[in-house]
Structures are given as structure tokens and as C-alpha cells.
Write a protein that binds this ligand. Sequence first.
Ligand code: ADP
Ligand code: MG
Length: 615
Amino acid sequence: MADKIAFQADVSKMLDIVINSLYSEKQIFLRELISNASDACDKLKYLALTHPDIAKASGAFKIVLKPDEKELTLSVSDNGIGMNKEDLIAHLGTIAKSGTAEFVKNASDNGSVCELIGQFGVGFYSAFMVADKVEIITRKAGEDKAWKWSSNGIDGFEIVEAKKDTNGTDIKLFLKKDEKNYVDTIYLRQIVRTYSDHIAYPIVLDLGKAGEETINTGSALWTRNKAEITEDQYKEFYHHISHNFDDPWLTLHFKAEGNIEYTGLLFIPSNAPYDLFQPDKKNSLKLYINKVFISDKLEELMPNYLRFVKGIIDSADLPLNISREMLQHSALIEKIKAGTISRLLKELQKRAKNYDDYIKFWNNFGIVLKEGIYEDFKNREEIAAISYFHTTQDENKLTTLDEYISRCDKEQKSIYYITGDDIKIMRNNPQLEAFKQKGWEVLLLCDPIDEFWPQVLPNYKGYAVKHISQADADMSWKREEKKADEGALGKLCEFMQKLLSAEVGKVTPTEKLTTSPVSLTVEGGQMSLHLERLMRNHQQQTAFASTRILELNPYHPLIIKLADMVMEDKNKAKVEEIAKILLDQAKVAEGEAISDPSFYAEKISQYILKDITAA
Ligand code: ADP
Ligand code: MG
């Protein structure tokens, strides 16, 4: 009796999208099936390290393509690990990767489906682009039973017991009528050479009576000499390991020699993957030991802030019989990691010299790389040096800290920054007024991580890194304008502080403002207003809300007038009303919500009306 099993909902939707939108790239199904066959051989090879008996029967690993012109079928076979019934149901009836359901939905809502699918990787299901039926006969290494899985790729699949003498998997595609190409051996050779030449196992074309012919080079790409590898081959290898469709922005192939030897073939994608910010997104470097695939889940191999790097590391110096758990704590892995980070950073340094080129990378991954300034104690300065920031200097170009320093005037001892969530609002923040007047540049930091890294990088190349709320002392400068009377100003501050005590901890004059009467900031060393907003958005408790400081501009006619009114002890109610409006104004300029918007709106309308009636 055959079990008829329906696809998990995600699978049906995804199949539909894949089949209908990747139409122009149909031939990639072969790359996917060959990749899976190669993975299956990798897995058995690894298992054989600990269970030599299980792998004994399989002989040399190979992947066989067998076209049948009469039947119009193409078979892809391997003698790898194989699948049992549970594997078939788990792997070929559901999508196990997290975030996929959401992705599939986005993909179907979005115009550029092809690119999105590319970021996800279509895998096995791409077979249904060219086949209207797929039959798999498979037997898992070490088990006796074999199984036949079959499906039309629409509603579900059937599984029945089958016969197979050896372990491994045969996948037979019943090609659609207009897909005769895929029984044409010349065409098959061409696709394999283009997409799968780097596969480390022989890919053999079964020509029936004419015998067998190996059509790929059959040695792992990273073991070959750099001079003999073409850019296209690198590109295809990148597609193979990343499942991406884009071209790599960076390809880095190196051999480290010395007390530990290893080879790396690393890539940085041109596009950001859809799951870059999913909490479970981990690095996906593959670790090989002397060409045997060991793991792609070894988090210790790459730091989190380089989680966008794809590729492989292969070392013959790691002991093959070591367990994955032991690898996690291996000092050798630590060395490989440190060496690899340093090579990557050097390469980024080189690329950073070309702004237009580097900024493409930065726009995709800068926000992740910056986590390294915070996380990576050892490479902190180096990462900071290849980071780019928005600045008050130039609206259209980002700047590095070194460029910033080179523009500093002699008086300036610090690199100043402000944080916020919207660049446009930040550019107009009143706190920047005196800086603009003096011609001092300020960095505009708007990513959440920007709240954290300056705390661990208090100095950069002899310059203090300072939030502008802590710059008051640096700001003393000669001003010609009329200033409020000291005594009156003190009274005004006192008065406002009492009046607004529910919302601000302190009211004080500042030298930082030129055109605005007031501005809102926080006590030095406390959480910035931006960080507070971020935490509130993430439902974090704001029990430790920072002490707000309302700063007054003692040169502003409005403040001068108000100070006089307090001094003369006249019209208290009016002063109170204006003080409240000023606090609201300061909040708006900072991007904060005001506590009573209708009060604010009503008062402003009244003043406007008065103004136009007077005119
Ligand atoms: P991915 O390769 O990214 O995991 P696929 O859709 O290509 O996704 O394959 C899904 C899963 O099916 C694989 O992870 C593997 O467990 C299983 N699988 C596919 N092809 C084979 C094969 N030839 N031999 C053994 N297992 C396979
Ligand atoms: Mg696959």
C-alpha cells in the first residue's frame, strides 16, 4: 500500500513560485541535483571516519547521469548516504529552513521574485521545472530497506518500499515534452562543465553501450592552483555553496602556511541575503579536513559580524577523528579563525580605497560589520578604519574616521557624533547649530549598533569619540549677540525646572544653540534618547529612562524676553504656557513624541492667528 502524503503548505506555494518564475534559468535544476548528490557523498565519507563498516560496500564515490532518449528520462544517481522513509518525509515534503514561510510569502508579493528565490536557493524542488514526475529510489547506508518516493510536484508524494542493492540515491526525472534538451549528451556535458565542474567527485555520463565518460575535472576547486581557475569557475563554486544567483562581490582564495596550514576560499555576496538579521542567522562557512566535509555549523569558525561571508576552509592539520564538539574548543580552530579574519579585513582595506566599489558592499553589510567594532576587541580599530558614516560635511557621501580627522581644525580634539533614527531629522537637530557655525563636522549615526560601539571605542587615533551632548565644555566661543542677563537666566532655569519636573531633570543654558531657543539632551554618560526609543520599540523596560536636560539658548530673543518676564514676576500663566510649548518644540526636533499633542497644536494655532490678525 502506498502512503499518499500531502506537501507541507510552504512546499506547494514554493513549488508554484519556483516553477513559474525561474523559467529562464531552468538548467540550474541539474546543478541542484548534482550538489545534493555531492553532499550525500560528503556525508557518507564523514560517517565512514567513525563507522568504516557502513561505508565499505559503496566503492569509490561518483555521480552518474543517465539520459534515456526513448523514455525521455534523465537519472541522477549517487552512492552517498541515501535516505530512509523518515528522511524522505522530512527533507522532501517540508521545508526545514527557518524563515522560509515568511520568505515565500514575501517572494510572491514582490516583483523581483527571481532574485529573492536566488537568495533562498531552490534545491531539490527545481527538478519540477523540467519534469512532470520525479521518482526517487534510495537506500540509506547501514540499513536494509529501500524506498521509492514519487511525485508530480503539485499536491504531494507517495512512498512505497522498493528494491535497491546498494546504498545511495537514484533520482529519475520524467521530462516534460518540450524539455528534450536534457537527454542530449552534448548539452548535458556543457551544463555540467559550466555549473558543476568544481564538484570534487567524478560526474560520469552513462552512454549505454558506448560506456562511461567522466565530464568534470573532479578535484575540489580550492585545492587547484589559483592560476588555473577562471573567474567563471569561482563564480559557479560560489553559486554552489551559497545557493545565491548573484556574483560574488569579493573572492578570496588563499593558502596559509606556517605552524598550521589551511586553505580558504571565501566570498562576499553582491546582495544582502533575506535572513541577515534573523536572530538564528549564523555563519555558514564549511569546514573540511583534508577535503572531507566536516561541518557547516561550526560557529567558532567565523565571528558573528562576518556572518555574511560564504565559503570553505580546509585544513589537513586538524585531526580527522576529532568530534564536532571537540572542534568547538580547539585551539587550532581559534588560530584558523584569527588568521582568516585578518586576511578578510586586509582585503576589505584594499577594496575600501575605491569608494564607489566599496560602498556597494557597505550598504549591504556595513551595519553587520560594525558589530565587530563592539565585539572584536582585537580588531576593533581596524574595523573602525574601514567603516563609513553619514556626516554633516557632505549629504551625498559617507566618510571614514580617518577622513574626518584629516578635516578637523587644530582646536578640535574629538570626533563628534549624534545618534538618531532618521538622517533628515538628525541633520536639523538644534544640537548641531554651534557645530555648523564653527565648521566642525559631526557624524550622524543611525543604526542601532551605533549606540554601542562608541562606548568601547572611546578613542580613535588620539581623538576622543564623543556624543555631542558631552561637548558643551569644548564649545566655548566668542559670540557677539546680546545675551540674557545671568541672574534672570538663572531664575528662568529654576522656574522651568520646577514647572517641567515631571519630564525633565534639569534646565540649563548652553553655548551649542544658535537659531533654536531650546533643545533636548540627556545627562552625560546616560543612555541617549535614540537608544531609549529603540528599547521602547522592542518592549524593553524603560525604568532607567535617562535624565532629560532641556537646554536654553541664552542668545535667543525669546529666551531673553522670557527671562525678563520671570525676573519681573509678571504674567506667570503666560510664561508657563510658553515654557510648555518650548519643551514640546525641543521634543519634536529630537524626534521624540510630545505628551499632549492637542495642547501643542491648539496653542500654536492661537499664536499664528494672533500673528496674522496683528499684521
Ligand atoms: P539543501 O540541499 O539546501 O538542503 P535541497 O532541497 O536541495 O536542500 O535538499 C533537501 C534535502 O534532501 C537535503 O538536505 C538532503 O537531506 C536530502 N537530499 C536531497 N538529495 C539527496 C541525495 N541525493 N542523497 C541524500 N539526501 C538527499
Ligand atoms: Mg541542495
